[in-house]
Design a protein around this ligand. Sequence first.
Ligand SMILES: Nc1ncnc2c1ncn2[C@@H]1O[C@H](COP(=O)(O)OP(=O)(O)OP(=O)(O)O)[C@@H](O)[C@H]1O
Ligand SMILES: [Mg+2]
Length: 207
Amino acid sequence: MIRAEIQSKCFGAKQVLDPITLEVARGEVLAIEGSSGVGKSTLLRILASLDDDFDGRVEATGRMSMVFQEPRLMPWRNVGDNIRLTTRATAGAIGQMLTRVGLAGHENTYPRALSLGQARRVALARAFVVPPNILILDEPFTSLDPDRVADLLVLTRELIDSHRPATIFVTHSRHEARQLADRRAELTGQPARLVSKTGDMPQMQTA
Ligand SMILES: Nc1ncnc2c1ncn2[C@@H]1O[C@H](COP(=O)(O)OP(=O)(O)OP(=O)(O)O)[C@@H](O)[C@H]1O
Ligand SMILES: [Mg+2]
């Protein structure tokens, strides 16, 4: 479960977020859409406790995995080590997860030899290899080809159904949001607030 009550978030004199309340239960997926620069990554960093310089509070229980907007692999470590060092997963689990994201046998490949799409799949494998209780995804499927996105949507859904993390999924794609999410919201305005697009978040305004 993750619950947040944010009053405001500023960068210097610039206020990026207005009051935002959200709660995502175990097994539930909330998709957040919003235009570029509106504050989606800023909100996710707060939810992931990577930023504590804001007014408000976040309560999160259990192990959290985050997929960042950029794959964030350590260039001096191969794929297997990139996954192992942050998750302590076994070689067997890493091999299986790489196979599931379409990168079977790439444990010893270095990030510089990966396309952006492949690096994104490594980032997803790293997030999924030890099942999280909370899953935070920041545009994880951008720059992947449509067939691969379809496969990874299925994989993400399977993971959610079997391990039931509370999932927050930022995407520019309405299609991905519809496919994966139970509830959809939009981050909008300046400073930004969260507006429900599915009308089922009593604590939020409805679009
Ligand atoms: N470290 C920072 N210092 C100052 N301003 C920042 C910082 N990080 C983000 N901002 C500003 O906050 C606003 C929101 O940025 P954010 O990265 O959260 O947007 P976003 O919705 O994730 O956009 P995108 O869809 O392009 O990823 C932008 O105006 C950005 O310039
Ligand atoms: Mg962003």
